[in-house]
Every structure is written in structure tokens, then in C-alpha cells.
Design a binder for this molecule. Structure first.
Ligand SMILES: [Zn+2]
Length: 108
């Protein structure tokens, strides 16, 4: 049993699954708490499914993120509202936003 918790910060919904989903699930299965903060709802994606607008795509991707977090055993997953593809030009990322409720601990 791990007595650890960790915070992952991603850019887009699906990064948590495609990038390190196996690690998230393994840590969950070993008892670690996990938090994932996704900075954008991924509304600038080139693969848009049936979405007709950026808002529709963001809504779909938020739902997919929530389902992914459920499957991966993420204790708390949050999607923030920064503009996809414009993080470098957007207002400065607010330190602590979405992370104040997590207290990552790494075992020694
Ligand atoms: Zn991505």
C-alpha cells in the first residue's frame, strides 16, 4: 500500500490516459491518491468527432475526461478553462488554481 498522493498537470483531456494512464491506474490500485488538473478543455483539437463548435467539443471532451478519470481511479480530476493552443499567450497561469485542495506527498 502506497501512502502517497500526487498531482498531474496536463494540457488537454486525454493526455492523462494517453500519456500515463497505466501509471495512474497502477498507483490507484496500490493505494495512492491522485489528482489530475487539465489546463484546457481541448477545444482546439483537429479531430473533432461530431462537434460543430468549440463549445460542443469542449463539452464532449470534459465528459470523456471525467469517464477516463473514473476508469483510471483518479481521486479528483478537474478541467480548467484556459484556451487550448494559447496557453503561452493567455493570462498568466494562476498558481494554485485547481491545486489548492491537493497536497501531493511522495514516499521517501
Ligand atoms: Zn495533449
Amino acid at each position: 500500500m502506497l501512502h502517497a498522493s500526487y498531482l498531474c498537470v496536463t494540457a488537454h483531456p486525454d493526455d492523462e490516459a494517453a500519456g500515463f494512464g497505466g501509471t495512474l491506474r497502477t498507483c490507484h490500485d496500490r493505494g495512492a491518491e491522485s489528482y489530475v488538473v487539465c489546463l484546457t478543455p481541448g477545444q482546439a483539437a483537429s479531430h473533432r468527432g461530431l462537434a460543430k463548435t468549440d463549445h460542443e467539443l469542449a463539452t464532449i471532451r470534459r465528459k470523456e475526461f471525467a469517464a477516463s478519470c473514473e476508469i483510471l481511479g483518479v481521486d479528483r480530476g478537474v478541467v480548467l478553462d484556459y484556451a487550448d493552443g494559447k496557453l503561452h499567450a493567455d493570462r498568466p497561469l494562476q498558481r494554485g488554481r485547481g491545486t489548492r485542495t491537493s497536497h501531493p506527498r511522495v514516499p521517501a
